[in-house]
Design a protein around this ligand. Structure first.
Ligand SMILES: *Cc1c(COP(=O)(O)O)cnc(C)c1O
Length: 438
């Protein structure tokens, strides 16, 4: 048996390389090639860190020019021309048009580091320690963020007690059998409930790793109302659902809420370069210099591509409109699969281009994504038992490539669920089907 250098030298901690056992060397847009020349369609998109696809030309060109000109690569948190430009673009195109008066804190480059910073700031500002987070939430695996992450597999690796958080039921938890915010509101008001008054509530508007659970706009608005009433800070972790994934730059825009703190990472640089930020309501910016320190708070290459991404994709509503169109198309496809595979597929999940298919049998879901990889489609699963097939193509993917990817996936669903027939039923609106399925 010949072992590859990955198997012989890389730690057992590797994960995606096991699910997709090929060696990749080239990628353009929503396509990726392995060293043996095989082409794959990418419905994984770097787990949401490649929302604009691989090597988007409008970002690559300014980056190449920037490097060629010997511009600053690493600048700690010093003032650089590229950071100045990014801040200006964020102000002009992201914050002011949306009436958001945030200051921008560049943290260390990982999403978890931004979450750590957000949690620390909320505790510092309020003088309270507890942070309310939600069932099936995912916020990273450093100790503070891990305490807010539900996944038991990740939590069990902590090696220390994970403290300072309380989990509340997310919107729709237990198939909606409980009114989660009524419960939260009730325990906040009951001085004997045992709930430590929280500094903040931390949540994703759509839970990426937790199974594409999408909170409703009404639920988010009510949550904001409860937080305001109790002077609890509202932190939206927009690391996965943000940067256009759900159809607007910030995932919370349709709910018309204004979180106190927002975390950004994954697709913030737009190019797959590590870059994270915490957006903080001006009055809450009580940091003192270097309190939340970090060597790599100045990834200037990422500043260049982040500014280019915002200027390319968010100066008008063209991309947003296209995401809405693609979302409807994907929705119709999902509905057809639910009808065809009743019993095997329970329902569709998520919103925008953050969608999933909930499978009744997690093992079958695993077989589908494994088969898909063999047939040239990179796609993963999420959810408590990895039972949700996660459709996460770049939000810039062309109609043709979306259709080609969906065709492969449909074929794999047919094979695993043994229904190799074309759907006889025309697309029906999803709400109707959901009622039938439940
Ligand atoms: C990925 C993710 C994180 C953690 O980001 P890392 O860069 O992996 O540390 C935090 N929150 C959400 C919602 C994420 O999807």
């Amino acid at each position: 048996m010949v072992y590859s250098i990955f198997e012989s030298l890389e730690s057992e901690s590797r994960s995606y390389s096991r699910a997709y056992p090929a060696t990749f060397s080239k990628a353009i847009g929503s396509e990726i090639w392995s060293t043996d020349g095989k082409r794959y369609i990418d419905f994984l998109a770097g787990c949401g860190s490649l929302n604009y696809g691989h090597n988007p030309p409008a970002l690559k060109a300014p980056l190449i020019e920037y490097i060629t000109n010997d511009s600053i690569a690493q600048g700690l948190d010093m003032q650089t021309a590229s950071k100045e430009r990014l801040l200006q673009v964020m102000s002009d195109l992201l914050l002011r048009p949306r009436g958001l008066d945030y200051v921008v804190q560049f943290t260390g480059p990982t999403g978890a580091n931004a979450v750590e910073s957000a949690m620390k700031l909320a505790r510092k500002v309020t003088g309270r320690t507890n942070i309310v987070c939600f069932t099936n939430g995912y916020h990273g695996v450093s100790l503070g963020a891990l305490a807010a992450t539900g996944n038991q597999y990740n939590r069990s690796a902590a090696g220390l007690p994970l403290t300072g958080t309380t989990f509340m039921p997310y919107d729709g938890y237990m198939n909606g059998a409980i009114n989660s915010l009524e419960y939260f509101s009730h325990v906040l008001n009951d001085k004997s409930s045992g709930l430590e008054m929280p500094a903040a509530v931390l949540l994703e508007t759509v839970q990426g790793e937790g199974g594409l659970n999408a909170a409703s706009n009404a639920w988010l608005r009510k949550l904001e109302y409860i937080c305001k009433a109790h002077e609890i800070l509202l932190i939206v972790d927009d690391i996965q659902a943000g940067c256009g994934r759900t159809g607007t730059f910030f995932s919370f825009e349709p709910a018309k809420i204004q979180p106190d703190i927002v975390t950004l990472s994954k697709s913030f640089s737009g190019f797959g370069l590590p870059l994270s930020a915490v957006l903080i309501k001006r009055s809450l910016d009580q940091w003192r210099p270097a309190e939340h320190n970090g060597t790599f708070r100045g990834n200037n290459h990422a500043f260049v591509t982040a500014a280019a991404a915002i200027e390319t994709y968010w100066k008008n509503s063209e991309l947003s409109n296209n995401i809405a169109i693609q979302s409807t198309r994907i929705d119709d496809w999902l509905t057809r699969q639910i009808i065809k595979h009743q019993g095997d597929i329970v329902k569709s999940k998520g919103r925008g281009m953050m969608r999933g298919l909930l499978c009744a049998d997690p093992d079958k879901a695993a077989r589908v994504t494994k088969l898909a990889f063999e047939q040239g489609l990179i796609i993963e699963r999420s959810g408590p038992q990895d039972e949700v097939i996660k459709l996460f193509m770049p939000i810039t993917t062309s109609d043709e490539l979306i259709d080609e990817g969906l065709e492969i996936l449909e074929h794999c669903l047919n094979l695993v669920f043994h229904k190799d027939i074309a759907s006889p039923t025309p697309p029906v609106r999803q709400e109707v089907v959901l009622q039938q399925a439940i």
